[in-house]
Each structure stands twice: as structure tokens, then as C-alpha cells.
Design a protein around this ligand. Structure first.
Ligand code: PEP
Ligand code: MG
Length: 327
């Protein structure tokens, strides 16, 4: 029946040897949140809030943002929702916000993500107030994009406290003990993962940007796609380093880049001890099936082999071979 299909889809994904890997959805709107639940997502691992700011002449107000974040959280009905603060610049320009900003020769290396928010304090505090208001009644978690070093996380946390103090002074309900995490998508953040893990409540690895920055290969340029492939061992080693640093500090390490939902990569990522994988809604059911079908401990030799390979093509070949053997 449809009901039992839905229940099966919603059940947690646990490997044959008992390791739970949470499967979350990436969303860009409250409508996507409803679809995520229908697909069996156990939460939202990435709400890309920049979509609320696109295709309109001015920024959404605090009330409009609060309504959007609350609607998404309500759709998730008690499941966790990680909402990422505005990640514009790079490949996501928002003209009305970037007026007066000098054109950049290298936007991906410029004022994007958290860098942009830290120089547009009013805009950022408005969003943080909306997030804290939505967190008053829902398990909302806040995530900062493009963090390169601890100073940015500290500065963002200071503004979060400012937003909280304002709401308290106004007598408005606001979330307390809201988990604050960061995207790991810049190689500097991997190098400093131990330091960042001491100050963040969770990590979420953004393989789309991490691959382009590790390999110095534009994620949108098909001529260098073989290099910007997140299955490159150079990227996989950074993922492993991030997981180890996060776990050494006792924090949750998830992944929300495209790699997290790639069927070929899911067994490898489960074996590499990622705590959660966040992907497009439609990819959720298959990822859960794959996780339920594998023995993560038995895949350890495969992880070690993969990390010794020289390029992404070799990794793909080996993973395809391994998937064929286990099928
Ligand atoms: C990423 O970089 O992997 C990511 C999830 O963020 P975005 O694709 O929005 O840059
Ligand atoms: Mg990114």
C-alpha cells in the first residue's frame, strides 16, 4: 500500500553491520521541504536560502524570511532543519545586493558566502533574527557557508549573539541553544578543521566547492570536469581529514555537496564514517536502499585502496567494480 511504501521510505537507513547514516534533503524553498518529507528525508541538511533572494527587486523582509523558514520547519514536523545563511557571490550573483560592489576578476575567489555577509551586517543580522525567530518553536540549526578560518566563524557568532540580544530586548520569542555549524568547502578550512571543530557544533562538507578549490578547477567549466570531480583522491583525502578532525572533537560531520547523493559514492561515504548525507529529495530513497544493503566495516579495505589511486577515473572504475561484485 501507499502507506507502507511511505513508512518504508521514512525508516532510518542502517548498514547491515549496524551503522546509522542519516539521509537528509537539500532544499531551496518551503515547497521543497514538503517534497523532502514525501521522499523519506530524515531532515534537511541544507536549505539554500539564497533562492529566497533571487528573482525579486529587493531583499525579503525579516517577517517574510521568518515565515519561509518556519514553513519549511513545520513541513519537516520535528525533524532537524539546517538552514544556511546567504551564500551569494561566486556563481550566484544577486544584482540588487551587489550594487556599488566593484566587479570582481575572480568572483569564486572574492566576496562570497560568509565574506559577503560579514561586510553587509544589516542584511546578515536581519537573516539571523529571522532564523532565531523560526528556531523558537522548531529544531532549526544555523550553518555558515565558505568559512575559511576561525575568525569568520567568531565574527558570525558575534552577530548571531547581537541578533539574539535584540530579540530578547524586544521581548520576542527566539531559539536558545541553536546549533551553529559551518560548511567545509574551502581547503583552508580542512587544514584548520581541528581548530574549527573546537568552535563549531557541526560540519557539513560541500563537495561542489571543495572539489573546485582543491583542484583549482572551475566547477562550471566542462573542460576541466575530470579535475573538479569530487571523487578525485585529492578531494577524498580532504574529506577523510575533515571527518577525523570533526570526530576527534566529538562533532557531527555531514556532507551536502552533490557527491553525497551519487549512488556510486554512497557506500564509500558510509564507510568513511560520514554521519549524514544530504542530497536532492528524489535521490533520498535510492541512497537509503544502498546504505541498507552494505556492510560498512567490510568496505574499509576499499576506502584505503581508493585513497591510494591517482585520479577520479580510477576511483570511479574501482567503485563500479565493487558495486558490481556486491550486487
Ligand atoms: C557545495 O559547495 O558543495 C554546496 C553544497 O554548496 P553550493 O552548491 O550551494 O555552493
Ligand atoms: Mg558551496
Amino acid at each position: 500500500s501507499l502507506r507502507s511504501e511511505r513508512e518504508k521510505a521514512a525508516a532510518p537507513a542502517v548498514t547491515r553491520d549496524g551503522r546509522a547514516v542519516r539521509v537528509h534533503a537539500n532544499i531551496g524553498s518551503p515547497a521543497d521541504a514538503h517534497a523532502a518529507v514525501r521522499n523519506g528525508a530524515e531532515g534537511v541538511g541544507l536549505f539554500r536560502t539564497e533562492f529566497l533572494f533571487l528573482d525579486r527587486p529587493s531583499a525579503p523582509t525579516e517577517d517574510e524570511q521568518t515565515a519561509a523558514y518556519t514553513e519549511a520547519a513545520q513541513a519537516l514536523d520535528g525533524r532537524p532543519v539546517i538552514i544556511r545563511t546567504l551564500d551569494i557571490g561566486g556563481d550566484k550573483p544577486v544584482p540588487y545586493l551587489q550594487q556599488g560592489q566593484a566587479a570582481e576578476a575572480n568572483p569564486f575567489l572574492g566576496v562570497r558566502g560568509i565574506r559577503f555577509c560579514l561586510v553587509h551586517e544589516d542584511l546578515f543580522v536581519t537573516q539571523l533574527r529571522a532564523l532565531l525567530r523560526a528556531a523558537a518553536d522548531h529544531p532549526v540549526q544555523i550553518m555558515f557557508p565558505m568559512v575559511a578560518h576561525p575568525g569568520e566563524l567568531r565574527a558570525a557568532r558575534t552577530l548571531l549573539e547581537k541578533a539574539r540580544a535584540q530579540l530578547l530586548a524586544e521581548g520576542r520569542p527566539c531559539g536558545h541553544d541553536v546549533p551553529v555549524g559551518i560548511m567545509i568547502e574551502v581547503p583552508a578550512a580542512v587544514a584548520l578543521a581541528d581548530q574549527l571543530a573546537a568552535e563549531a557544533d557541526f560540519f557539513s562538507i560541500g563537495t561542489n566547492d571543495l572539489a573546485q578549490y582543491v583542484m583549482a578547477a572551475d566547477r562550471g567549466n566542462s573542460a576541466v570536469a575530470a579535475l573538479s570531480d569530487a571523487l578525485h583522491p585529492a578531494v577524498l583525502r580532504q574529506i577523510q581529514q575533515t571527518v577525523e578532525a570533526g570526530h576527534a572533537a566529538g562533532i557531527h560531520v555531514g556532507m551536502c555537496g552533490e557527491l553525497a547523493g551519487a549512488p556510486l559514492a554512497v557506500p564509500l561515504l558510509a564507510a568513511m564514517n560520514l554521519d549524514s548525507l544530504s542530497m536532492s529529495g528524489p535521490a533520498v530513497p535510492r541512497a537509503k536502499e544502498i546504505i541498507r544493503s552494505i556492510d560498512a566495516a567490510a568496505l574499509q579495505p576499499l576506502v584505503e585502496q581508493v585513497l591510494e589511486l591517482p585520479d577520479a577515473a580510477a576511483v570511479r572504475n574501482l567503485l563500479q567494480q565493487a558495486a558490481g561484485e556486491s550486487a
